[in-house]
Structure formats: structure tokens, C-alpha cells
Design a protein around this ligand. Structure first.
Ligand SMILES: [Zn+2]
Length: 157
């Protein structure tokens, strides 16, 4: 994962992206999908780690071996911010005014459709809200229940 630590790095990234899309997708009538292809290939190509390799990754990053182990407060690179995107909306957003071409949209669609979609043939696990005991699929339940549960808010007041 790339973490943009400064405003400048983030701006450069946004500008670069805009330039690439400008030149690759807007100017020529039948553009080569160079950039999109790279992004998709780098995104692990739709493969999953085996349980074994997941465990190896976990063991390699656990406790003291984690690069952020014991780094707290002012020493943390996100101290005082809430992340690299804090306050970046509207005109301040690096992608402000950017409109993706239909061609780019189509490429992204084709790369995530059907069997290529990471959720293909899978189901979100069913979980139960501890506040109202309602059960449901994880994606919706995490949004409307748990910390956001109506009953949870009522008991807090
Ligand atoms: Zn609930």
C-alpha cells in the first residue's frame, strides 16, 4: 500500500493520473488501455491468498514485527490528520472536475464483470447485531446495525 504523507505527493499523484487519462483516453479515437491494464494486473489478478499464505503474512506482521508496532501519538505518520484525504473534497480534491470517459468505464466494467468479480459465487456471511438481535448479510448489517444500530443510539442517550 502506498501512503501519501505530504500534500505535495498527493497532488503529484492526482496530476499524474489526470495527465495519463487525458493523453490515453481523451485525445485518440481508439486509445490503448495502457494504464487501466496495469492497474488491473497489479490488483492481484483476481487471485486469492491460500489460508496457508494468509497465515504466513499474518505471522510476518504480527506484534513487534509490525512496522507500526509501538508507534503512537506524534510519532505516527497520520498524527494530527485523519488520513491523506482529510478535507479533500470539492475543488480541493485532486480528481475534481475529472470525468472518466465511457471507454475507461467500459474497461473497468469488463475487468470486474461475472467471474472476474471478487464476490463472484460468494455470499456475505450472516451476522447478528448485538443491540437488536437482527441477523443479516454482513455488508448491510455493518452499515445499519452494530455501532449504527438504532437501539444502540437510544441506549446511549
Ligand atoms: Zn441492530
Amino acid at each position: 500500500m502506498i501512503i501519501y504523507q505530504t500534500q505535495e505527493q498527493w497532488d503529484n499523484f492526482g496530476q499524474k493520473l489526470c495527465q495519463i487519462f487525458d493523453t490515453e483516453f481523451k485525445s485518440s479515437p481508439a486509445p490503448e488501455p495502457i494504464y487501466i491494464d496495469k492497474v488491473i494486473q497489479s490488483a492481484f489478478n483476481g487471485l486469492n491468498h491460500t489460508e496457508e499464505s494468509k497465515e504466513l503474512i499474518r505471522q510476518a506482521n504480527i506484534g513487534e514485527k509490525n512496522p507500526l508496532f509501538g508507534i503512537k501519538g506524534k510519532n505516527h505518520h497520520l498524527y494530527g490528520t485523519k488520513g491523506p484525504m482529510l478535507g479533500m473534497f470539492g475543488e480541493n480534491h485532486p480528481m475534481y472536475g475529472f470525468k472518466m470517459s465511457e471507454h475507461s468505464k467500459e474497461l473497468i466494467k469488463q475487468a470486474n464483470i461475472g467471474q472476474k468479480n471478487p464476490m463472484f459465487g460468494k455470499k456475505h456471511p450472516t451476522i447478528v447485531c448485538p443491540h437488536c438481535n437482527k441477523s443479516g448479510a454482513q455488508n448491510g448489517m455493518k452499515r445499519w446495525h452494530f455501532n449504527n444500530c438504532r437501539l444502540n443510539k437510544l441506549t446511549q442517550k
